[in-house]
Write a protein that binds this ligand. Structure first.
Ligand SMILES: *Cc1c(COP(=O)(O)O)cnc(C)c1O
Length: 361
């Protein structure tokens, strides 16, 4: 395992090494089935056990009561952008959105494409999405209030969730699901593309409450109805078996090795703290997100000029650090410190950045 890099990719991203080793070790003969996990039927007892364990673990980790269903739906988080307004926007009530970046903007666009009455409740576009809005008024007559809990590209995160009274919150948690514990009660639905914090690409994990499922119009195509996935335990058609298998192992790792979401959050805070403290104490590096809006998962920063940023990314690559280039739409640098990124990797990165500053600054 000596060739593994310090992986700061934004997604697909680093996964826990013990999980990858477990996958390797049982790959050719999954639990005496005589088959690998990507060869066995999704209707088999082996896969039933995989998906049911994943659901049980997600329910335990997030403290979900019986009203919540855990679904796995292909099409990533992006498909959820259209399924949400299709299924959950009630006739005569607006679909409300908070706009905090690229992904929120896409979610809004998909609701508009369907001709839904969309209201933007607050936006941080005026300052290039560098902060999380505060002090806005929500509407009590909305179908739902949608927000992106962590803005992967700009490096901002809601530290406290918006409050909307009885209006169900709907949240894109693609890049911070299971990074911390939170109270599920105000949420009608949360979703996450798997490939940032909980697995490989190929599926979104969707957590949806009973009363939200009742909204699904009969007229929708089967594969775009939440009820289809809820009624068939996400196996109306062939699900993304390998992705769900890996998710189930990662949930086990969070639960049994890390010790649950409070422990996971402590580690994530420590990692982000190391990097932010270093950046704040440097005149060479500058964080781009407002301090009170900073993400635990995607740490965005700039150097004095673009040339130095390119050199940093290049030199980092030569020294065993990957994924530090900012998103192509914003430039700069970004270190993604998802659950699987280790404290050791973050410490090594800070040492490398200090060296770089010394030699180039
Ligand atoms: C990556 C990302 C998406 C897009 O996910 P796909 O699974 O590729 O569709 C959506 N929202 C957020 C917050 C993301 O980070």
């Amino acid at each position: 395992m000596t060739n593994r890099i310090h992986n700061f990719n934004a997604g697909p991203a680093a996964l826990p090494l013990p999980v990858l080793e477990e996958i390797r070790d049982e790959f050719l003969d999954y639990k005496d089935s005589g088959m690998s996990v990507i060869e066995l039927s999704h209707r088999s007892k082996w896969f039933d056990d995989i998906i049911n364990k994943a659901i049980e673990r997600a329910k335990r980790l997030l403290n979900l009561d019986d009203r919540y269903h855990v679904l796995f739906i292909q099409g990533g988080a992006s498909q959820q952008f259209c399924m949400i307004p299709m299924n959950l926007a009630v006739d005569g009530k607006s679909a409300d959105y908070l706009n905090t970046g690229t992904w929120s903007t896409k979610a809004i666009q998909e609701a508009r494409i369907q001709g839904k009455e969309v209201r933007i409740i607050a936006s941080s576009e005026d300052k290039d999405f560098s902060y999380i809005p505060k002090g806005f008024q929500t509407n009590s007559d909305a179908s739902y209030l949608h927000f992106t809990s962590n803005n992967t590209i700009k490096g901002t995160q809601w530290s406290e969730f918006p409050q909307a009274g009885d209006v169900p919150l709907v949240s894109d948690m693609s890049s911070d699901i299971l990074c911390r514990s939170f109270d599920i009660k105000p949420f009608g639905m949360i979703y996450a593309g798997a490939q940032k914090n909980i697995g490989p690409s190929g599926s979104a994990m969707v957590i949806i409450r009973d009363d939200m499922l009742e909204r699904t119009p009969e007229s929708l195509p089967s594969m775009l109805k939440y009820t289809t996935f809820a009624d068939k335990n996400s196996m109306y058609n062939t699900p993304s078996c390998f992705t769900i298998y890996t998710i189930s192992l990662i949930l086990k790792w969070i639960e049994e090795t890390i010790g649950g979401l409070d422990a996971m959050e402590r580690i994530n805070r420590e990692k982000a703290g190391i990097l932010y403290d270093f950046i704040d104490n440097s005149d060479f590096y500058a964080g781009t997100a407002a301090k009170d809006s900073r993400s635990l998962m995607n740490i965005t920063f700039r150097l004095p000029n673009e040339d130095l940023e390119k050199r940093l990314v290049k030199k980092a690559g030569e020294n065993g650090f990957g994924g530090l280039k900012g998103h192509r739409s914003v430039g700069g640098c970004r270190a993604s410190t998802y659950n699987a990124t280790t404290i050791e990797s973050v410490q090594a990165l800070v040492e490398f950045m200090a060296e770089f500053e010394k030699s180039e600054g």
